[in-house]
Write a new protein. Structure first.
Length: 263
């Protein structure tokens, strides 16, 4: 297995949040997790970084338990942009993006030419190079999110894990971010594991979608296989009218309340 989860079970006291979740990702694909709030999507992502203890199962990297690798070795392969990132130091953008190089640097060693090149490339690809001298605290929500992504990309990861990366962004910023991720997957064979709430975004930008329900996998497959009207009714309690996007070769979803629901 390149990267994935084998039999992950997470419990908080007597409450089982995840139950025997097994999921494998392929190189260069985007797999998106969907489901109601509280179904375990973010918890599954956090098991990668041992932010939550698992009662059973393991995260796997290249056919070995991820726990067998050092923290620095894990960070050289996998980067994570959480849903609610912790406050970042009020420093200039270029210095902050440089923090992404920490897995590649030795103690007391300054930035090498390779480190500086990786930072510059991360700034360029996220279109944040013009912000390099700005203080992070002065950025707009969209600018700040692109800078956080640049810091992740400076790690030069092979897997990028994103928990609701489009939250708090306007419609244009959301599409630019998702198109950037699409391009990075094509150019770098970057693997993306994401949580998205917008079902049309999930349909358009995902190779596969995995729907979680009651702590387990409810459905997993291509967008057309997973995003069906009966499954969306079960997952979200909505009445979905489905169309087809010829350009992106994926379903489109018009969400409506179930008949009888208050409007």
């Amino acid at each position: 297995m390149f990267f994935g989860f084998e039999g992950i079970t997470v419990r908080y006291g007597k409450h089982t949040v995840l139950r025997d979740v097994t999921l494998s990702l392929r190189r260069g694909e985007q797999l998106t997790l969907i489901g109601q709030n509280g179904c375990g999507k973010s918890t599954l992502l956090r098991t990668v970084f041992r932010a939550v203890p698992v009662a059973a199962g393991q995260v796997v990297w290249e056919d070995r338990p991820l726990a067998a690798y050092t923290a620095a070795a894990r960070a050289r392969q996998i980067a994570y942009l959480p849903q609610d990132p912790p406050p970042l130091a009020d420093i200039d953008v270029e210095t902050l993006v440089g923090y992404g190089r920490y897995p590649h640097t030795a103690p007391l060693r300054g930035m090498t030419a390779a480190d500086r090149a990786a930072v510059e490339q991360a700034l360029l690809v996220t279109e944040t190079a013009h912000l390099r001298r700005r203080r992070f605290a002065t950025l707009s929500g969209g600018e700040a999110q692109r800078v956080r992504l640049a810091m992740c990309l400076a790690q030069e990861p092979r897997v990028l894990i994103l928990d609701e990366p489009t939250a708090h962004l306007d419609a244009g910023q959301q599409l630019r971010l998702l198109e950037l991720l699409r391009r990075l997957r094509a150019e770098r064979e970057l693997t993306v594991l994401a949580v998205l709430h917008d079902l049309n975004h999930a349909a358009r930008y995902s190779d596969r979608i995995c729907a979680l329900r009651d702590g387990g996998i409810f459905a997993c497959g291509t967008p057309a296989q997973v995003l069906t009207a009966p499954r969306l009714a079960t997952l979200f309690g909505i009445r979905a009218e489905l169309g087809w996007d010829e350009e992106y070769r994926c379903p489109t979803i018009l969400e409506k309340p179930m008949e009888g629901d208050p409007t």
